[in-house]
Design a protein around this ligand. Structure first.
Ligand SMILES: *Cc1c(COP(=O)(O)O)cnc(C)c1O
Length: 400
């Protein structure tokens, strides 16, 4: 039986390879950090493609907190939350997240993918409208698909187009409308204009949901995300986010917002009802992480310093950089093949960066994406910029 299916898969896999979209895994043999060791590669490589924005992925205080939680609360929960999978630590972490985002209540998930996947379907139905940014994360798109509400899509961060969608939803007589957006978009590193989105929402009577995965811990005066950056507290209704990026980098996701919303999700959100509780070690370390962020703003300040330093050096060298507003810096090359060559040459120089091209980004918008971290030291940034200049000259991107 398998033979025909095998041939079919082999053909599909070949076409993925031909399109240049085949994904290989790089095998790291050290903890995640600014400098890592990779299997089959001599020596260390500098890592500029992790979402380790605050550099906490190998933080000793978090490792110790994880160890302590594991010793006191065990290895695993072997249950979903509502049967027998809720410990005091889970409740404490939900409270810490609510405090961080200044919301009423929080529900934990195994991942933000699940938070988004389980958000819309329990809350909205045929009579309602979800109005979604065209560059939203795959998990928002999937979550919207699982819901029966009418769907509207607006061009990335385009407020005229958003208003068009809101009017269209009204014309179709929709009951509730919710605007859904990423806080920071992962390809350009641009921040959603939350002040304008919230103003339109107020004008048109819509709810607002934002996914803070790339923005929490990063943007805003003290890194509290887009609500802080645009002073939109009380205007953004629902936040989702991950514990797998700036917030420690392990895993886990959450939805935080008004208590009725969270209560309804606890009753009806399928990834919450039918998937295991987050492990005590991760919950304990996440609690410690929020404590650290409360004690000091040092990591966020260092991240911002690094972003500014890197961006200025790259602009001075003559690179074409998207106006970076987050920890994601898009170095524009425009040509797909060049982006792949560039990334490969950078790897030879011991610098890990990722080249993206169509269909991940629009046609003719190929680029190298650099992700900065509080774990980077000046010396790391200098080495990366030097490698960019060397490869840029070699490949004719820079003509100096
Ligand atoms: C990374 C990311 C997710 C997924 O988070 P996980 O916790 O890894 O599932 C969801 N939304 C956005 C915007 C992301 O960037």
């Amino acid at each position: 039986m398998y033979k025909n299916f095998k041939d079919h898969l082999a053909k599909e896999l070949d076409s993925i390879k031909e399109a240049g979209l085949y994904k290989n895994e790089r095998v790291i043999v050290t903890p995640q950090s600014a400098d890592i060791k990779v299997e089959g590669n001599d020596g260390e490589v500098l890592n500029f493609c992790a979402n380790n924005y605050l550099g906490l992925a190998d933080n000793s205080r978090l490792i110790e907190a994880a160890r302590e939680a594991m010793e006191n609360r065990g290895y695993g929960m072997s249950s979903v939350r509502f049967i027998c999978g809720t410990q005091d630590l889970h409740k404490q972490l939900e409270k810490a997240i609510s405090d961080y985002f200044k919301t009423e209540d929080t529900i934990l998930y195994a991942a933000c993918f699940d938070a988004n996947g389980g958000l819309f379907e329990p809350l909205f139905s045929e009579e309602d409208a979800i109005i979604s940014d065209s560059l939203n994360h795959a998990s928002i798109i999937d979550g919207v698909r699982l819901c029966k509400a009418k769907r509207f899509r607006y061009a990335n961060a385009d407020m005229e187009d958003l208003e068009r969608c809101l009017k269209e939803a009204d014309n179709q007589g929709c009951r509730f409308k919710i605007i859904a957006t990423d806080g920071v978009f992962s390809m350009d590193g641009n921040v959603a204009p939350m002040d304008k989105i919230c103003a339109l929402a107020e004008k048109c009577g819509a709810l607002v949901m934002v996914d803070e995965s790339h923005s929490a811990g990063v943007v805003g005066p003290t890194g509290h995300g887009v609500a802080e950056q645009f002073d939109c507290y009380g205007k953004i209704d629902i936040f989702t986010g991950t514990l797998g990026k700036a917030f420690g980098g392990a895993m886990g996701g959450f939805t935080t917002g008004p208590k009725e919303v969270i209560d309804m999700l606890r009753q009806r959100s399928r990834p919450y009802l039918f998937s295991n509780s987050v492990a005590p070690s991760i919950v304990g370390a996440s609690l410690e992480m929020f404590k650290m962020l409360k004690e000091s703003n040092e990591l966020n300040a260092k991240l911002k310093e690094n972003v500014n330093y890197f961006r200025e050096k790259m602009l001075a060298a003559g690179f074409d950089i998207k106006p970076t507003q987050s920890a994601i810096c898009a170095v524009m090359l425009y040509d797909a093949k060049l982006s792949q060559e560039f990334a490969a040459e950078m790897q030879k120089e011991g610098i890990f960066v990722t080249g993206f091209y169509y269909p991940v980004v629009p046609k003719g918008q190929a680029r190298i994406r650099v992700q900065l971290s509080a774990a980077h030291e000046r010396e790391h940034l200098d080495r990366a910029v030097d490698a960019f200049i060397k490869v840029g000259r070699k490949l004719g991107v820079l003509n100096k």
